[in-house]
Design a protein around this ligand. Structure first.
Ligand code: FAD
Length: 419
């Protein structure tokens, strides 16, 4: 049975906000499910910092007592899958998530507007920009608190008198005494504080406190300073050669760069989810550090997979009016008779959307054979807007030929079916 709703054309089935381990695995799951008869979702990822998130950081590892895998190597595998699957990455920051009935509208800082059916939020504790280029000059508060003293002594061990930039939120106030003790008045300290509170009382520190956040690290080879966006909207360049990111403060309270007011959060500001990673808004999922539980790569990967499956399942049910039949979901109490089809024949009001480049589509078409002209005509207008009924009106392929070819494209994970 076709879906009982009618949807205006939209751009992607799923939008993933954030490309750390959680967002990467979520995106891969929606686009690629290990089943012959799975229907890929059309999926897009947003992240200004590119792929990898914090797991690219040099000290990030997946560890057990007997093994360690470098975080960068793990996300490197995911990067390859994302590239091979041709999942588009938009290098922008999401600033607003708007609900328009069943459609979710994503707005970015570059002025893009993307319409989707499902959203997976995997933004971690805060948005990144180009930290990756200056990791040697960026220190981070993490591990046990007793290590912070050593960390700060190293941080302030720079030659001459320099500016030290401390980046955090209102919870960074807990570090001020230790910072003063380790600095011993040698360096000028600027606190860049991204606080949700209107006027956060900050202890009188031996430095200045600016409300705002970093938008770019700058310098030829080595860091020379950071460009910041102050709370009132003014941009300013702060010359400095070292930055301390107080991740400890973001673990206590994450910072969203996008308007997420409609989402239910816990007391600390993390997004609440159920065991399917579903948030308080239908069709919106969250995964990884943004949900506030045990910040580790392994858990983020697991969350991403669950959120991806959940979004996939929701969309499959909307498109086919039945549960997907895959090992990864709860088994179903259905009679399996001869000729049983895991994938029902798609309704004619669905809109095929090609997910691969023209070059890869041509390769797949050549492998299929069939009526070359008809197939080429179908592929050239397979844009997620034209319905199967409209494709059939073109008469380039007969009904059975068209359905057979769509099924072949599905097995190659090369086409999505939009509502
Ligand atoms: C220094 C350090 C060392 C660590 N070491 C370990 C370790 O050894 N082992 C371990 O298991 N874990 C470690 N962790 C934790 C681990 O890195 C994180 O738990 C994991 O990366 C979280 O994954 P995530 O996908 O939820 O978020 P992240 O990796 O933080 O990725 C979130 C992504 O979302 C993007 N984003 C945020 N807001 C927006 C927006 N508005 N629009 C678009 N994109 C946005 C960000 O730019 C970022 O790329 C470490 C963390 C740090 C900082």
């Amino acid at each position: 049975m076709p879906t009982k709703f009618s949807y205006p054309p939209y751009d992607y089935d799923v939008a993933v906000i954030g490309a750390g381990p959680a967002g990467m695995t979520a995106a891969i799951r929606t686009r690629w499910v290990k089943s012959y008869k799975a229907v890929p979702c059309s999926t897009v990822i947003f992240d200004k910092a590119g792929l990898g998130g914090l797991a690219k950081w040099r000290s990030c590892m997946l560890t057990g007592p007997s093994f360690h895998l470098m975080g960068a190597d793990v996300v490197g595998r995911f990067r390859k899958d994302i590239e091979d699957l041709e999942i588009p990455l938009i290098l922008s920051r999401v600033i607003k998530l708007e609900m328009d009935g069943a459609i979710k509208i994503i707005h970015t800082d570059a002025g893009e507007t993307i319409r989707t059916l499902a959203v997976i939020i995997a933004t971690g504790f805060r948005s990144l920009c180009n930290e990756q280029d200056y990791l040697k000059q960026i220190a981070i508060t993490y591990m046990g608190y007793e290590f912070f003293e050593e960390l700060l002594n190293n941080f302030f061990s720079m030659e001459g008198r320099q500016t030290a930039l401390i980046v955090g939120n209102e919870f960074t106030r807990n570090l001020v005494d230790l910072i003063e003790a380790c600095n011993r008045g040698r360096h000028a300290v600027i606190y860049l504080i991204d606080s949700n509170a209107a006027d956060t009382p900050f202890p009188a520190a031996a430095g200045s406190v600016l409300p705002g956040k970093i938008i770019r690290y700058e310098g030829q080879g080595a860091l020379e300073g950071v460009r910041v966006l102050l709370k009132g909207g003014e941009e300013r360049f702060i010359p400095c050669k070292k930055v301390l990111l107080d991740y400890n403060s973001y673990e206590l309270s994450p910072r969203y760069d996008f308007d997420s007011a409609a989402l239910k959060k816990d007391a600390r500001g993390f997004i609440e989810v159920d065991r399917e990673m579903q948030t308080s808004l239908p069709g919106v999922y969250a995964a990884g550090d943004v949900t506030g539980l045990y910040a580790t790569v392994g858990r983020s990967i697991g969350d991403g997979i669950v959120a991806g499956f959940s979004a996939y399942k929701r969309l499959f049910k909307l498109k086919f009016n039945c549960e997907p039949c895959l090992f990864a979901y709860a088994a179903q109490d259905v009679k399996i008779t001869p000729g049983f089809k895991d994938l029902p024949r798609p309704a004619k009001n669905l809109r095929p959307k090609l997910l691969v480049s023209a070059e890869n589509a041509a390769r797949i078409a050549a492998e299929y054979g069939g009526k070359r002209n008809g197939i080429d005509a179908f592929l050239s207008s397979c844009n997620g807007v034209k319905t199967i009924t409209e494709h059939l009106k073109d008469r380039s392929l007969e009904e059975n030929e068209l359905f057979d070819f769509i099924e072949f494209l599905l097995t190659k994970k090369a086409v999505a079916l939009h509502l």
